[in-house]
Design a protein around this ligand. Sequence first.
Ligand SMILES: Cc1cc2nc3c(=O)[nH]c(=O)nc-3n(C[C@H](O)[C@H](O)[C@H](O)COP(=O)(O)OP(=O)(O)OC[C@H]3O[C@@H](n4cnc5c(N)ncnc54)[C@H](O)[C@@H]3O)c2cc1C
Length: 126
Amino acid sequence: MKRFVGDDEGRVKELVTVEVKWERNEKGQFIPREQPGTEKTRPAQLVLLAMGFLGPEQALLKDLKIETDARSNIKADFEKYTTSIKGVFAAGDCRRGQSLVVWAINEGRGAARECDRNLMGSTDLP
Ligand SMILES: Cc1cc2nc3c(=O)[nH]c(=O)nc-3n(C[C@H](O)[C@H](O)[C@H](O)COP(=O)(O)OP(=O)(O)OC[C@H]3O[C@@H](n4cnc5c(N)ncnc54)[C@H](O)[C@@H]3O)c2cc1C
């Protein structure tokens, strides 16, 4: 999807799309590259956006000035979960990127353990 086209009353009437090919850039990241000559205009009256796997919302992270990694996730080591701000921990998808419920549970428990250690000086949590 490249853009929406609206009518005179601001209602969507068309979508402009282009085909992309996923390729690695110079940093080794997969990025979508537009394919020349594939742009199409399609009629549309209602558009529903269902977007996932886009990383954590950045507003709060920017406000707190928390360091993020190259994939826009919160930078925090596995098993430690400490972020660039002392006393702030990150676990689950916001740290490791889109993943699985079992990892979210595992990291949530680990982060609870590290919070306990941070607050109490030691921890009995697994
Ligand atoms: C479409 C889809 C299908 C999936 N299918 C599977 C599957 O079949 N099996 C599987 O194992 N995993 C699946 N997953 C992945 C799994 O859902 C996630 O890995 C897991 O939910 C991550 O848990 P989490 O606690 O880290 O994050 P989340 O479950 O995303 O929880 C984060 C929570 O934080 C809240 N939040 C965000 N910002 C703020 C804020 N500023 N203030 C307060 N709260 C905030 C959000 O509302 C949310 O409730 C799927 C994911 C998607 C998107």
